[in-house]
Design a protein around this ligand. Structure first.
Ligand code: GLA
Length: 777
């Protein structure tokens, strides 16, 4: 009897122990030894990256189900600060912005959620997600320990947490992890700043697993001891190499690629980016076979509605409206070859479970061509001006988005004069209403020649803001005219320059109401001066019998923004590659629909139609895209050879030191051979080092010559060698024989003592340079 009692007591104790343990670990997600632990059990995260503001709300469920049917178990998402807080303290978490609703929908579909609330996110989104109004404090230090910046971050994170705190795994919700900042290593080195963000996140989100993501080349710079470290890299990368350093430093850490890039984003004026499905799938297969967690960025990219597309830097490379990303699920939610192949691969890792059925596709329809019957010419529809002696940026006039017109009177000009200024981002100059020319920030254009004119002639400078830069140090990106406006004339061989003053400034806010309330006239009654194109708003109605998805074609238009039934659809620009805008059927009505196009150049023909397939790779360019004029050869007149040597084989950074520092403004790298013996040279990233061995800034660099660039099948132009992106690269066209050369104007005089070179990240390292020479001038 006594023994029985003891056994019973033991049994009860063990049972209690087990249930206590279960109770303890239910609702937990943690880092265990070499693996994540979900409710105490080993768990491999298979996450699909989706951004709710980039998908029409009525389609959220469809897109989540598509991810689930792939075999994913988690949705990874960013929170875009600027989409939620349009003015300081004014928050919106409704409709498209219903973050909590989106998370609940993920949970309803049996998906976990990884939350990435910034404050900075990059993501090819306006200013990397930061609100433009931060720039009203002109001296603000963004993403640094600036008291105002930190104060606003804390307010924002509190608001986000207020929406989703109840949805963490500990509270029975789907959110398993929260990210702190985003790839800070490609911005700066400050553990103090990253710690501050961590503390704010921790304070607001409570007891939840936190992580930080970076590149394998720089994650140690800002890595905090108490956060999980994850790596970001793209399709084609050598996976063991990507985790080598992390495994050395933290042998027990679970491994996760928190952004495995399925494709890439598109910029205006460049071809649509694609990455081979086979490479993406091989990467996922390899990771899963090794128990490595991942998030596939993007599994479905969606659309940068309205003015939300960002811009890349160094240089200025504004992103297009489509965020198709060559992802497995297309911009409009269609399954692709990549999708079906990926689904087959993920089927191998379902632990005996079946993948759910793939939801039915949303059918796309065509809409017959229709003409725009009404136009409101911009110059007849300007808002009331502000008067200002000096010229200022948009932000200083409290304007965040849209266009701005600066007007003043010219002095009498007997002959041509030169007008110099810096405009962000696309300026058109008019004298007495006649179009003179444009300055395009993408090309660093800063001067325009004015014709002779009468005293008092009206000078108009119309500047359109594109997306604010979302990557690198240049995110502090003011819009409008950002310099003085200088007028120079040559008289008897001498140059006279004066600053233009006394401006009238017209703020043309990008809002539906701005465009809707203009005064429209029949298009037929308007003719441009000397046959010029007419900037302004164009309005039409079109009929739809059965609303469904379509792609509105703007091939004959200039540049601007489109609204349908009051929905901001995005930017258009005739140069391409994107010519159509994705029009979700859920935003169309049966019967009559209204469309307004604000075209700052003016259409060649004011017509539109709905296509069943998108046109996202059709360029219509005026200027050549390469860094070599026809027949031009490498010209080393005035250059001195300062180094000759051999680079090593394999992946990873290599540093070359010259015998002694040399002063120069121009730099030429002449590659003589490659390691694989093929006729192709590639550079992923290139830095020059100053006399102290520090990297010199690359913001002002321009390529003045590259003997060959692969721009037919991909965007492999020479400036990719200093675009701060380790996964993009300069490649010569395959089959063009060595030597290959790139010449860079450094934008100023520097002492240089060596260089750092990063080859491509694939394990076969295509185009790895071997013998090379350096020349400087
Ligand atoms: C980085 C960023 C992302 C995105 C990708 C490129 O990984 O973290 O936000 O910008 O690059 O698409």
């Amino acid at each position: 009897m006594y023994r029985l009692l003891i056994s019973l007591m033991l049994l009860l104790a063990t049972a209690a122990g087990v249930s206590a343990q279960e109770k303890d670990e239910t609702g937990t997600f943690t880092a265990g030894k070499g693996t994540f632990l979900l409710n105490g059990e080993p768990f491999v995260v298979k996450a699909a990256e989706l951004h709710y503001p980039r998908i029409p709300k009525p389609y959220w469920d469809h897109r989540i189900k598509l991810c689930k049917a792939l075999g994913m178990n988690t949705i990874c998402l960013y929170v875009f600060w600027n989409a939620h807080e349009s003015e300081p303290g004014v928050f919106d978490f409704t409709g498209q912005n219903d973050l909590a609703g989106f998370c609940r929908l993920c949970q309803d579909n049996g998906m976990y959620v990884i939350l990435r609330p910034g404050p900075y996110v990059c993501a090819e989104w306006e200013m990397g997600g930061l609100p433009w109004w931060l720039l009203k404090k002109k001296d603000i230090r963004l993403r640094e320990d600036d008291p105002y910046f930190i104060e606003r971050v804390a307010i924002f994170e509190e608001a986000v947490a207020g929406q989703v705190r109840d949805l963490t795994i500990g509270n029975g919700g789907p959110i398993i992890m929260v990210q702190v900042e985003n790839e800070y290593g490609s911005y700066g080195a400050s553990k103090e700043y990253v710690s501050k963000i961590r503390d704010i996140v921790r304070e607001n989100f409570g007891d939840i697993t936190l992580f930080q993501c970076d590149w394998s080349s720089n994650f140690t710079v800002n890595g905090l001891d108490d956060l999980i470290w994850t790596m970001n890299f793209g399709t084609g990368a050598d996976i063991d190499q990507q985790f080598r350093k992390l495994k050395e430093l933290r042998p027990d850490s679970p491994l996760m690629c928190s952004e495995f890039w399925s494709g890439w984003f598109d910029k205006w004026g460049g071809h649509h980016e694609t990455r081979p499905a086979e490479d993406m799938i091989a990467g996922i297969d390899e990771m899963l076979s090794k128990g490595i967690s991942f998030s596939l960025y993007m599994t479905h990219g969606g659309t940068n509605w309205g003015h939300w597309a960002g811009a890349n830097s160094p240089g200025f490379a504004p992103d297009v409206t489509s965020y198709d990303y060559d992802a497995p699920i297309s911009e409009s939610g269609q399954t692709t070859y990549k999708y079906w192949e990926l689904r087959k691969t993920l089927a191998k890792y379902m632990d005996g479970k079946k993948q759910p059925e793939v939801p039915k596709a949303i059918k796309s329809v065509s809409i017959p061509k229709f003409a725009f019957s009404e136009c409101a010419p911009l110059f007849d529809n300007l808002p009331d001006p502000k008067k200002d002696r000096d010229i200022r940026t948009m932000e200083e006039y409290d304007q965040g988005f849209g266009s701005i017109l600066y007007r003043t009177a010219l002095p009498e000009l007997d002959g041509p004069a030169v007008l110099s200024f810096e405009a962000h981002d696309f300026a058109q100059v008019f004298v007495d209403g006649i179009y003179i020319g444009k300055l395009d920030r993408r090309f660093g254009e800063r001067q325009i020649t004015l014709p002779a004119c009468r005293s008092g002639a009206r000078l108009d400078i119309l500047v359109e803001a594109m997306g604010r830069i979302n990557f690198g140090r240049a995110i502090k990106d003011f819009k409008g005219i950002t310099s003085d406006v200088e007028l120079s004339v040559d008289i008897d061989g001498r140059r006279f320059t004066c600053d233009m003053k006394d401006w009238e400034v017209f703020n043309i806010e990008d809002e539906y109401d701005t465009y809707k309330d203009m005064e429209y006239k029949p298009v037929m009654s308007i003719t441009g001066k000397k046959g010029q194109r007419i900037p302004g708003c164009y309005r039409a109605t079109f009929n739809v019998s059965k609303p469904s998805d379509t792609f509105l074609n703007f091939e004959t238009w200039g540049k601007g923004l489109v609204y349908v039934n009051g929905h901001a659809m995005g930017r258009i620009w005739e140069i391409g590659p994107q010519q159509t805008l994705y029009m979700p059927g859920c935003w169309l009505k049966k019967g009559e629909n209204e469309i307004i196009v604000f075209d700052i150049i003016g259409p060649r023909e004011a017509v539109c139609e709905g296509l069943t397939e998108p046109l996202i790779d059709k360029l219509q360019l005026e200027t050549p895209k390469t860094h070599r004029e026809e027949g031009q050869e490498l010209d080393l007149t005035g250059y001195t050879q300062v180094y000759e040597g051999c680079l090593e084989e394999g992946n990873g950074w290599q540093t070359i030191s010259f015998d002694k520092p040399v002063g120069c403004r121009e730099f030429c790298l002449e590659a003589l051979s490659s390691h694989d013996g093929r006729d192709m040279a590639c550079i992923a990233e290139l830095y020059l080092l100053d006399a102290e061995g520090e990297r010199i800034p690359r913001e002002a660099w321009t390529v003045t010559f590259a003997d060959s660039e692969e721009i037919t099948y991909g965007n492999r132009a020479a400036d990719k060698s200093f675009d701060l992106q380790e996964s993009t690269y300069w490649s010569t066209a395959y089959g063009v024989p060595f030597p290959h050369s790139i010449v860079i104007d450094l934008g100023g005089q520097y002492e240089i003592s060596g260089l750092q070179y990063l080859p491509r990240m694939e394990s076969s390292v295509p185009g790895a340079l071997k013998d090379f020479r350096i020349h400087t001038r």
